[in-house]
Design a protein around this ligand. Structure first.
Ligand SMILES: CC(C)(COP(=O)(O)OP(=O)(O)OC[C@H]1O[C@@H](n2cnc3c(N)ncnc32)[C@H](O)[C@@H]1OP(=O)(O)O)[C@@H](O)C(=O)NCCC(=O)NCCS
Length: 166
């Protein structure tokens, strides 16, 4: 391994993306403080650290981290499998400085692949009605709107439920 390669933990499957500057791996509990920062900035939500931990235990392969060369998370996708045959994206965000470089696309592609490998038939998610960037992103990935969720977010904004078949 050269000195420019990121420090790898043997339990991680590192996949280089964004020109080799970002790597996909599985979630680790030490990521939680950094994920809290990304969630506050990108999603305007605050969750207890224990929530990330308990959700990660349900389906560890559904919780993907995009780390920089220093091992610091710069994006993540947290999916759950609570309904048989169906995955749900609970949280998905990339740090503002790392957007529009394909990090989100790689997180989503890997997640959809993992869903298929687990034999799932459908993926659902919720998105703020005013989040045109995310709605365009999801549409590009084959998601379409199923339902309007009134007052779904903690600040009262409506949401859309979107889904796609696998
Ligand atoms: C939605 C989100 C996760 C997407 O992450 P991202 O890393 O910016 O995603 P990508 O870079 O793969 O794609 C974003 C855009 O950049 C473009 N892009 C990707 N790689 C690119 C590159 N190398 N050069 C130029 N543009 C590029 C994509 O075509 C895409 O444009 P489009 O959506 O208009 O087609 C990110 O915008 C985000 O964190 N938003 C705030 C949180 C949020 O809204 N989360 C979803 C809540 S439901």
């Amino acid at each position: 391994m050269s000195s420019t390669e990121p420090r790898a933990d043997s339990s991680y499957a590192l996949e280089p993306i964004a020109g080799g500057e970002v790597f996909l791996r599985n979630f680790h509990p030490r990521d939680i403080p950094r994920l809290g920062e990304i969630v506050a900035e990108a999603l305007r939500e605050h969750y207890e650290p224990s929530l990330y931990l308990s959700l990660s235990q349900q389906w560890p392969q559904g919780f993907l981290i995009a780390q920089d060369r220093m091992g610091v998370p710069q994006g993540f996708l947290l999916g759950v499998n609570q309904v048989p045959g169906e995955a749900r994206v609970l949280m998905f965000a990339v740090d503002g400085r790392w957007r529009d470089r394909g990090v989100g696309a790689h997180l989503m592609e890997s997640f959809l692949q993992r869903c298929k490998s687990r034999g799932m038939a459908r993926v659902t998610l919720e998105v703020r009605v005013g989040n045109a960037t995310a709605i365009r992103f999801y549409t590009r990935f084959g998601f379409s709107v199923n339902d309007l969720l009134r007052g779904y977010y903690s600040d009262g904004e409506n949401g859309y439920q979107m889904s796609r078949d696998l």
